[in-house]
Design a protein around this ligand. Structure first.
Ligand SMILES: Nc1nc(O)c(N)c(N[C@@H]2O[C@H](COP(=O)(O)O)[C@@H](O)[C@H]2O)n1
Length: 156
């Protein structure tokens, strides 16, 4: 079985980094995992607070993608680990969505983005689906810690 997600308004929308599930990480509060991820592109600069405090994840993504700000040099090497940490913190913080993630069992999870061939599967399904892969890794980590929380809602 494969679970596709993309919009926060649709089923499994809580898997999106745009979902409104805040958490604390690195001593600060982040209103979404998208805020955390986008800010890490500019650690050690004043842009951190500018982006961290914007109202919506859409705004954070827009600011993070603007190339008027210099991107940290090691971004390509660190971005997957940063995404993994953000996603793990989000699901450790919120039991309701953690249970949804754990209830997917061993199902494949795919970010069904029509435009993103790195984090999602892209318009033709050939993308790397790194966000889906990270969600499955996080599910495995959480399974070892929280599996007793999950009832029989596992997806067969
Ligand atoms: N809603 C949405 N719109 C896009 O244009 C996207 N690329 C995505 N994918 C998400 O974008 C985030 C990373 O983007 P960048 O690497 O900074 O371009 C990540 O949260 C993907 O899941 N989503």
């Amino acid at each position: 079985m494969t679970i596709y997600f993309y919009s926060t308004r649709e089923e499994y929308g809580c898997f999106s980094n745009f979902s409104p599930h805040g958490f604390e990480l690195d001593g600060l509060y982040w209103s979404t995992s998208e805020h955390y991820f986008q800010v890490q592109k500019f650690v050690g600069t004043p842009h951190v607070e500018q982006i961290r405090l914007v109202k919506t994840p859409k705004d954070a993504a827009k600011m993070g993608r603007e190339r008027t700000r210099p991107l940290r040099q090691d971004w390509e090497q660190v971005k997957d680990d940063i995404m993994r940490q953000a996603v793990l913190s989000k699901f450790q913080t919120h039991k309701d969505i953690r249970d949804i993630l754990l209830s997917t069992g061993n199902a494949e999870i795919v970010e069904n983005s029509p435009i993103d061939f790195y984090w999602g599967c892209g318009t033709d399904g050939s993308g790397k689906n790194m966000l889906g892969k990270i969600l499955m890794e996080v599910r495995e980590i959480l399974h070892h810690t929280y599996s007793a929380d999950v009832d029989n809602r596992t997806v067969k």
